[in-house]
Design a binder for this molecule. Sequence first.
Ligand SMILES: *Cc1c(COP(=O)(O)O)cnc(C)c1O
Length: 662
Amino acid sequence: MSDLVSVKMRASLSGLHVSGAEKIVPVSSASKVASRLVERALSHERGTPDFINVKIESLPSDILRLKALPVKTHAVATPAEGRALAARLLAEAGIANADEIMARFSETHSLRGAMLLDADTLERLEPDQSRGVRATYMDDAAALARGTAGVKNHYAEAIVLATKVQNAPNIIAEICVSDDPDYVTGYVATCELGYRRIAVLKEKGDPNGGRIFLYRGPRDGVAKTIEFLEKTPVLVDDVPTLSSAANAPRRFDGLADALDERQAAGLSRQCRTLEGPTGPTAVVDGRELVVFASNDYLDLARDPRVVKAAADAAKEFGAGSGGARLTTGTQPPHVRLENALAKFKGSEAALLYGTGYMANVGAISALVGKGDAVLSDELNHASIIDGCRLSGADVLVYRHGDMEDLDRKLGACREHRRRLAVSDGVFSMDGDILDLPRFLEVTRRHDAFSMVDEAHATGVVGQTGRGLAEHFGCSLPDVLMGTLSKALGAEGGFVCGSKLLVEYLRNMSRPFIFSTAPSAAVVAAADAALSVLEAEPWRVERLRENVAFFVGELKAHGIAASTQSAIVPVLVGDERRAMAVSAALERDGILVPAIRYPTVARGSARLRVAIMSAHAREQLSRAASLVGRELSGEVKKFSRHMGVDTILTNDYQPVSAGTGLR
Ligand SMILES: *Cc1c(COP(=O)(O)O)cnc(C)c1O
């Protein structure tokens, strides 16, 4: 006798199965686990059961230990793709008639257990065909060790079961699809292929599902196989945990699945910690990297004057502002910065927000609502998109940078009460800029509000970094939004405009009204950064020169790239390839992020190189040569494949009138 027991619980209502579970636990915790399983059954969402059966059995001491099948997820998009993939996997396991096998899911639905099929003749081999075969007496060895038995983890349970089944004599494969109509995921498991999770294996709403075990062997071996499945206790080691989903309650399953799909598609994301002050280099995971990823374009975040202003303001005014701007959160630094921003941009007034995101959401949702129309460039920043959605106005998305499309769409909105056209000034993933004079001409002709987001333009575009109006020598849009978090090295957002507009937003803009004012420290830092920027226009000039130099170096290495800002996109295409290139660059000491869906369209993953005024020439030329080494062949291939000749022909032009940098 071992000190382990099997605890099984089965609950039903009017004879229909409600829930069931089984665990292998130390005898000492058997009663606690049993009562937890009973509690769970009694609070089940399918209804309170009228019958609960709990069975506790001692187990032999020599429990078989198995190593979990390796897990791989396939992120297919449609049931047809999923089924085709399942058929390919079964074919790899030597099983030819996958379609006929999958058609049997209409029969498994009513079974309590699995269907045991002869893999070749497709005859059913279970002695009791109304019941099927039930794989039982199994658990995750790690859950036993952790003492987390009693917590449901569908993901781990499925892997444990599949592992046991694939270790049964004469079983060569299993295919499973959930019988929950809302849950479309399934898997194919074989010893060779492991556990292959298929994100979509049936249509949503389809109640058919179940398990099919595929048997190849003599008929007189069937009894032994069933004996193993139904009677032999098994503990499975090394069950992979899905991100942080281990032991999460069932309501978290959907979250874990969504993460898993992202991961399988090469789209999962993590925060990296950068040691040391923001700047052109940082220590990441113990190694110093040259950073080509920062928005701190002018190296102001660590500037001693800026840092001192923050420290002094914190000492004088406290760490937090203590309230929203309209209550107790307005302090002298807030007023000073609003005045300075208005002066810098050349507007009548300015309004501060906690972040640029809030400024976009706050301005758009205050200006337009139900019965209005908002026209948004298809490549606008997420905070603009969210502001449009939140406003409740009709949202019309126009083609990127296409002023004729904007004109047409505005023409179709004459009946709307108000019209607002909104665009990034510098597009944050492509680095190109809005044709502001044309934008203003079109919007004014239609008597529409014009709004431009200068998050990446402030401190970068225009001779002295004042933005697009300076660059083009034209007037300002009605609503000029910007952030303090990029070239100004601090954080916070702002809107510049007429006194009327700012007064309106101060009264109507919910993120301004209902959120605590940014701290005096961060506000004073931004104010100091603005002063440095005005006093030292060479920073903007140096940034411009660095960008031109870097783009020229890329070109020398066979990579065509162009930009009108400090953002240099280098197209790669495939998401996973972009990640691999980014990782290779990091091994060589440079940090260049890969930007992927959903930030950019699927299949247009890219490296996004952000240049700073503080990058040294050697850092720039080394980065360009490493990017060239990784990509020269590929960028050309991608460009041809996509038919995007412009990527190759729209070569870098020397800095001169006509680029955004002059
Ligand atoms: C970064 C960014 C924002 C948001 O600004 P935060 O201050 O970071 O919230 C808005 N619009 C664009 C185009 C941006 O790049």
